[in-house]
Design a protein around this ligand. Structure first.
Ligand code: ARG
Length: 587
């Protein structure tokens, strides 16, 4: 409820001797609509004023009693709170023209000023299957890219592939014994995984294999042509498989640069660490000692000279800074790597990088399956591609069953529809909870058309679309996002929307922009997801009321409700779009 909250805060701020933003931050919603729409708590003032909160509330309400605040019809003390009552007609008159006039741009703004923000996300390891554990980084990162774009930033989506490291030495070592290029072409990553497993089996009887692996990685780092050729082959095969998943999700990266890219940039990092006296030799590695910061020791080089994950990340951070001059750089990586990123930031700080505190690790919890009965191609690993294809197949079954039940033909765009619903379901399930919480994946719940799900939101938006299409009014046919739509919305009889349920819906729609800003600040897509669920629920309250029909006998009422319905749909479509969830036109 941005605009009215702001207005209220502007009037309160001078009275409480505080700035508008911090007052606005404290204003919440009262528990019941008959208590108004905005509530300012007076507890925090009790101490400095040496007075009881209800008394302070009464005084503030008294002081504001005579003030005209557009759209706010009354200000009253309610216990320890000062509450404001927003006028439904005024709210509709302020909000609906903006939504219909701006259309797809509603809620967005250019506050980011075009600044570039690197978002490191997905970043799977090549020659390893794209497991479900990478889903969260992929989906959260993609949503953050959408949210940043909506806020006027120019995010740079970076896929920091794990394409370097000692594991490639292992793969090269086993390849010498068993490698078969034909099988690699035919089976792809599955074959590479089988080779890994075999390497570890053979190593049990022949520990010297580990030395061979170490040597082969060294050769790779030193540029041996055959090692390079094979490594590139493994990389290409892996990328081709990852691309299939990204295509299903509709994701593209601005930059697919793996760890290998930083190979010739690590020398400079190590030299600088050395010259600044930050390096220390330990038993089998060169480290930066971070014990005094309670961050352990950070390994930057092994005894055999090979570099490590952290060294590559230090070089990558520098490269990103040089390339993008970022106000913020995000790393969407599981909570398990918290120490790694804390070490990285600390080392950057010790190197004197003033921008170290712009580097932000965005951690998230784990993904668990409620029922493990899922066919997988590679043993115990649950593949993301399988989960997505399964979701699409299940969505298709549901659509076909639904059409059957109603004695209808299958929709022409059955496949497209199933894709949007299946993918939307998986993505929303991941984004709807605070990201640091673990996600439980329960097929039935994920794909349900009811409750807090992607299909429910898609369905609400689609249903409004079909309903609007039935009305033969200028308000139903005018294209949103045009001045014409804005003018039509300005002309509605807003008094038709003065009821409490309409007001709550209008305020929820108005709150989309604020949810975007909070989501960006906290790198927390669930804040937008929450707002979308609220908008849909508020609309459903109206829609399920028998006495409330969009298409009524009265033209003024119909136009006002059409405007509200279309604004609802537009808010849902915009928010889902930022989150990376497609919205089918019909369902
Ligand atoms: N490849 C790593 C993994 O799968 C994630 C990389 C994250 N990004 C980074 N810059 N470290 O665990």
């Amino acid at each position: 409820m941005t605009r009215f909250r702001r207005l209220f805060a502007e009037h309160l701020a001078p009275l409480v001797g505080s700035d508008v933003d911090s007052v606005a931050e404290q204003i919440g919603a009262p528990p019941k609509p008959d208590m108004g729409q905005l509530a300012f708590p007076c507890f925090p003032l009790a101490k400095e004023r040496r007075s009881a909160p209800p008394k302070i509330a009464a005084e503030l309400a008294e002081q504001l009693a005579g003030t005209e605040i557009p759209g706010i019809v009354a200000i009253k003390a309610v216990g320890p709170y000062v509450n404001a009552f927003v006028d439904g007609a005024a709210a509709a008159r302020a909000v609906l023209p903006e939504v219909l006039g701006r259309g797809a741009a509603f809620g967005t703004h250019d506050g980011g000023g075009g600044a570039q923000v690197p978002v490191d996300f997905s970043s799977p390891n090549i020659a390893k299957p794209f497991g479900i554990h990478h889903l969260r980084s992929t989906v959260i990162g993609h949503a953050l890219v959408g949210l940043l774009t909506a806020s006027g930033y120019r995010p740079v989506g970076i896929n920091h592939l794990g394409d370097w490291g000692t594991q490639f030495g292992q793969l090269l070592a086993i390849w010498e014994k068993k490698g078969d290029e034909e099988r690699l072409t035919a089976e792809g990553i599955d074959y590479l995984l089988a080779l890994y497993i075999e390497f570890n089996e053979l190593k049990k009887d022949d520990p010297s294999l580990q030395d061979v692996a170490r040597d082969r990685f060294k050769k790779l780092e030193d540029g041996d042509p055959e090692c390079r050729r094979l490594w590139k082959l493994f990389r290409d095969v892996s990328l081709a498989e990852f691309e299939r998943v990204y295509a299903l999700l509709g994701i593209r990266f601005d930059d697919t640069r793996g760890e290998s890219f930083y190979e010739d940039r690590m020398g400079a990092v190590l030299d600088e660490l050395e010259s600044k006296g930050l390096l220390k030799e330990s038993d089998d590695a060169t480290v930066v000692d971070l014990e005094e910061y309670e961050l352990g020791v950070a390994l930057v080089k092994k005894r055999d000279g090979s570099t490590l994950y952290l060294t590559r990340d230090l070089a990558a951070a520098q490269f990103r800074w040089d390339s993008y001059d970022f106000p913020r750089a995000l790393y969407v990586v599981g909570a398990a790597q918290a120490l790694h990123f804390a070490q990285m930031k600390k080392v950057l700080e010790l190197m004197g990088r003033t921008w170290h505190d712009r580097v932000d690790h965005i951690p998230f919890g784990m993904m668990r399956f409620a029922d493990r009965k899922m066919a997988t191609r590679s043993g115990d690993i649950i593949l993301l591609e399988d989960v997505l294809t399964e979701a699409i197949a299940l969505a298709k079954e549901t659509i076909v069953a639904g059409a059957n039940e109603k004695g209808r033909e299958n929709p022409d765009d059955l496949d497209e529809l199933a894709h949007a619903i299946g993918v939307g379901a998986v993505v929303f399930n991941d984004l709807k909870n605070r990201r640091t919480r673990d996600v439980v994946f329960d097929w039935k719940q994920v794909l349900s058309f009811e409750g807090e799900t992607g299909p429910y939101l898609q369905y609400t938006a689609a249903r409004i679309g079909s309903m609007v299409a039935k009305a033969e009014r200028a308000m139903s046919t005018v294209a949103v996002g045009t001045d014409e739509a804005r003018t039509l919305a300005e002309g509605i009889d807003a008094a038709q929307l003065a009821g409490q349920d309409e007001l709550r819906l209008v305020l929820a729609i108005d709150g989309l922009r604020e949810s975007l800003d909070r989501a960006v600040t906290a790198a927390e897509p669930s804040l937008v997801a929450d707002k979308l669920l609220e908008i849909a629920a508020r609309f459903s309250t109206l829609y399920s009321n028998r006495d409330w029909k969009v298409l009524s006998d009265d033209e003024a009422t119909t136009d006002a409700r059409l405007a509200l319905a279309r604004a609802t749909r537009q808010a849902l479509v915009n928010g889902l779009d930022w989150l990376g969830i497609p919205v089918p036109a019909r369902m």
